[in-house]
Design a binder for this molecule. Structure first.
Ligand SMILES: [Zn+2]
Length: 634
C-alpha cells in the first residue's frame, strides 16, 4: 500500500522540513475548521546537526480552530513504573505562524506548553537533550532514556523527542529523520517511501508513518554504524542490532544463541499468536560517568531496547541477553496482549496504575525462567537455583504488603521501594499458581494455559477491569486459584513455598552455612553509595543471623562501629576489622535510618546464613512425580 501513503502525504503535508525537500509544495490551508484536528502531525528530527549535545525537532500542524492548544511531553510511558518527565529535556520551545512570526507560548510545569492563538499556528520547534550522559542527576532507566552521540549513536526512544497535542493522540504521525549517511536505523518500524526526499553522500532522510501517538511510543529507533543480523524463527523475522563502540561485540557472533533462545520461546508459547517482526536493539555502554548505567530493557510490541555494559565477556553477554530478551519477548503475552483499562487507555501525563503488576511483570519473569527448563536450555538444578534466588531476593522486601495495593500505588512510597519485588515474589506467585493449576488439572494445564484462556476473553483491543480479573481467572481455571490470589496477592499473606513445592515432590529445606560478618560467598551485605560517600546495608540475599539479631534492615546507613567511622573510602576495612572480633565481644553500631541516628548493640556471635535447599524428594508419590514432569518437563 505504498502508493496510497505517498499520495496522502503529498496532499496533506506542509513541508518546510529541513528545507531539503525539493519540489513538493504543500497546499496552504486557507480555511480553518475543526476537521484539522484529525489531520496528520508531521515531525522531523535532525540528528546530523547536533548542537551542544542537542538535536532539533520540528512539529508541523495545520492551524487549529481553538483558543489555546497544549503540547505535552510524556511524564511517564507504558512499561515504566516511575515518573520520568521527558519535558525536562526540552529547551527553547517556540511556536510560529505561517509568516514565521513567533506565537506566545506559556510553559506549565515540566511537560506542558500552552500555545496562544493556534488558529495561526504552523509549526513548533524545540531542542532535545539526552539522558544517558547525565544519569547521575536523574533516575530515568537507560532503556527508557535517550542518547545523542554525534556521528556515532542515537537512541531515539521517540517519546523523549516527540510529544502530542491535547486531544490529538489518535492523529497519524509522519516522522522524518535526517541522519548521517554512515549511520543506519534499527527499528521494527518499516520505513515508508517518500519520493521528494533529497539524499546526499553526507546525509539521508528516513520516513516513518505511525497510526497514532501510542504507535510512536511503541517504536524505538537506534541509529548507529551497521552491526546487525536478521534471522527468522517460525515465521517471525528477528533483527539483532548492536552498538558496541570499541567494538567488542559483533551481532554475528551472538546470533546463533539468540536464535536458539527465541526458537525455544516460540516452542514454549505454542499456538500463541506472536508478532511477525521483532527487533532487539542492544546498546552496549562504556559504563563511564557520561554513559548509560541502567542496564536492562524495556518491552514494546515488536521490539525491545536493551542496555548492557560493553565490558561483559561474550559468554556473560549471551547469558544476560537470554534472560533479558526472553523476559521482554514474553511481554507480548502480557501486558502487551492481556492488560487492564489503565494500560489500554494510557494517560502519559496523569497516569493511573493497574493493580496487577504481579501478572504483567511477575508472570513474564516466571515464563522467562520456566521456558528455559521446559525447553532444555538449563538443568533442573539450575532451575531450582533460580527459584531459590527469587525466594531469597523476595525476602528483602515487605512480604506482608498487598501486591495489588502496591501495584496501584507503585509511583509512591512506601510502595515504590518494593517495586523490584514484582520480579521476585511476582515470579513466585506465578510459580505457585502454575503448580496449583497442575494439581487441579492432574498435570494437564498450567499458568500458560490460564493466560491463553484469558487472552481469548480479553486481548490487544479488549482490556479488562482491574476489579474483574480474579473472577475472570476463576472462570477459566479453578476456585482455588482465585482464593490463592485473594489471600496472597490482594491480602498479602506471606506464601509458604514449601507447601506448594511439596505438591510436585520438591523438598524445601534450610541449612545454616557459616558466613563472614559483612560478606557471604562473594555477596557483600554492604555497598558504597557514590553520591553520598556512605556505606549502606543492601543485599540480594538475606542478612546473616548476626546482622539480623543486631536489628539491621535493608537501606540502613552505617555511620560507625565501636566509634570507628566508615564511608565509601574505608568500606574494605569492615572485612578486616570484623575478622578481629571475638565471640562474646560487645559491639555498638551507629546507623542512620529514615534520617534518624540509631544505636544498635549486640554481642558478637558466629555468623551464619540460612540457605534454602530445593531437592527432588526420592520418596515422592507417582502423582507428585507426574506433576513435576508436567510442570518442568523433567
Ligand atoms: Zn518486564
Amino acid at each position: 500500500m505504498y502508493r496510497t501513503i505517498t499520495s496522502i502525504i503529498k496532499l496533506l503535508i506542509t513541508i518546510t522540513l529541513f528545507n531539503l525537500v525539493s519540489s513538493c509544495k504543500a497546499p496552504v490551508v486557507s480555511t480553518i475548521s475543526q476537521k484539522n484536528i484529525t489531520t496528520p502531525i508531521t515531525a522531523s528530527i535532525d540528528i546530523v546537526n547536533v548542537v551542544d549535545d542537542k538535536v532539533n525537532v520540528e512539529i508541523l500542524l495545520n492551524p487549529i480552530d481553538l483558543d489555546t492548544l497544549v503540547y505535552f511531553m510524556p511524564k511517564i510511558v507504558p512499561g515504566t513504573y516511575q515518573n520520568n518527565d521527558y519535558g525536562q529535556y526540552i529547551d527553547d520551545f517556540k511556536a510560529f505562524d505561517l509568516d514565521g512570526n513567533l506565537l506566545s507560548v506559556e510553559r506549565k510545569g515540566k511537560n506542558q506548553w500552552r500555545i496562544g492563538n493556534p488558529r495561526k499556528l504552523q509549526k513548533i520547534t524545540y531542542w532535545v537533550n539526552d539522558t544517558f550522559d547525565s544519569e547521575e542527576e536523574h533516575t530515568i532507566f537507560s532503556p527508557t532514556g535517550s542518547n545523542i552521540l554525534k556521528d556515532k549513536n542515537f537512541i531515539l526512544n521517540l517519546y523523549a523527542f516527540i510529544g502530542y497535542f491535547d486531544g490529538m493522540q489518535e492523529n497519524e504521525y509522519r516522522l522524518f529523520i535526517k541522519h548521517p549517511s554512515i549511520l543506519e536505523a534499527s527499528t521494527a518500524k518499516e520505513k515508508t517511501h517518500f519520493e521528494h526526499l533529497i539524499n546526499t553522500t553526507e546525509y539521508e532522510i528516513d520516513h516513518f508513518v505511525f497510526n497514532r501517538y501510542a504507535d510512536v511510543v511503541d517504536h524505538p529507533i537506534m541509529y548507529s554504524r551497521p552491526n546487525k543480523v536478521t534471522f527468522s524463527i517460525n515465521g517471525i523475522e528477528v533483527l539483532l542490532s548492536i552498538y558496541s563502540n570499541n567494538p567488542l561485540h559483533k551481532s554475528s557472533k551472538i546470533m546463533s544463541d539468540m536464535e536458539r533462545m527465541m526458537r525455544a520461546q516460540k516452542n514454549f508459547l505454542g499456538s500463541s499468536d506472536a508478532t511477525k517482526k521483532y527487533s532487539i536493539i542492544l546498546y552496549l555502554s562504556s559504563s563511564k560517568s557520561d554513559d548509560a548505567k541502567g542496564f536492562g530493557a524495556l518491552e514494546h510490541n515488536t521490539s525491545t531496547v536493551v542496555v548492557l555494559p560493553e565490558s561483559l565477556s561474550r559468554q556473560k553477554l549471551i547469558k544476560t541477553l537470554t534472560d533479558v530478551v526472553s523476559h521482554e519477548f514474553f511481554h507480548i503475552v502480557t501486558p502487551l496482549t492481556l492488560h487492564s483499562k489503565e494500560i489500554h487507555y494510557f494517560d502519559y501525563n496523569a497516569p493511573k496504575m493497574s493493580e496487577h503488576l504481579w501478572l504483567y511483570e511477575g508472570t513474564t519473569e516466571y515464563f522467562s525462567i520456566l521456558f528455559q527448563i521446559t525447553q532444555g536450555l538449563i538443568s533442573k538444578e539450575e532451575f531450582f537455583e533460580r527459584i531459590i534466588g527469587k525466594i531469597n531476593a523476595s525476602q528483602q522486601f515487605d512480604d506482608t504488603m498487598s501486591f495489588t495495593t502496591m501495584s496501584k500505588n507503585i509511583l509512591f512510597e512506601p510502595y515504590k521501594k518494593n517495586y523490584r519485588n514484582v520480579y521476585e515474589k511476582g515470579a513466585l506467585i506465578s510459580m505457585c499458581i502454575d503448580i496449583l493449576m497442575r494439581e487441579k488439572s492432574r498435570g494437564q494445564k498450567g499458568i500458560l494455559d490460564l493466560i491463553k484462556s484469558l487472552s481469548t476473553t480479553f486481548g490487544v483491543h479488549v482490556p479488562f477491569e482491574d476489579k474483574q480479573l480474579l473472577q475472570a481467572i476463576e472462570k477459566v481455571s479453578y476456585p482455588e486459584i482465585r482464593s490463592f490470589l485473594q489471600k496472597h496477592v490482594v491480602e498479602g499473606t506471606p506464601i509458604d513455598y514449601a507447601f506448594y513445592l511439596k505438591k510436585v515432590g520438591v523438598k524445601y529445606g534450610i541449612k545454616n552455612i557459616p558466613s563472614s560478618y559483612f560478606i557471604f560467598e562473594q555477596q557483600p551485605f554492604v555497598k558504597g553509595i557514590e553520591a553520598s560517600q556512605e556505606v549502606t546495608f543492601s543485599s540480594d540475599i538475606p542478612f546473616n543471623n548476626f546482622l539480623k539479631d543486631l536489628g539491621i534492615i535493608q537501606g540502613d546507613v552505617l555511620i560507625s562501629i565501636n566509634k570507628k567511622k566508615y564511608n565509601i573510602k574505608n568500606i574494605y576495612h569492615l572485612f578486616g576489622d570484623s575478622n578481629k572480633w571475638r565471640i562474646g565481644d560487645e559491639v555498638v553500631f551507629n546507623i542512620k535510618r529514615n534520617d534518624q541516628i540509631k544505636k544498635l548493640r549486640s554481642t558478637v556471635i558466629k555468623p551464619t546464613v540460612e540457605k534454602i535447599i530445593l531437592k527432588q524428594d526420592p520418596n515422592a508419590s507417582a502423582f507428585q512425580k507426574s506433576l513435576l514432569e508436567s510442570w518442568i518437563n523433567e
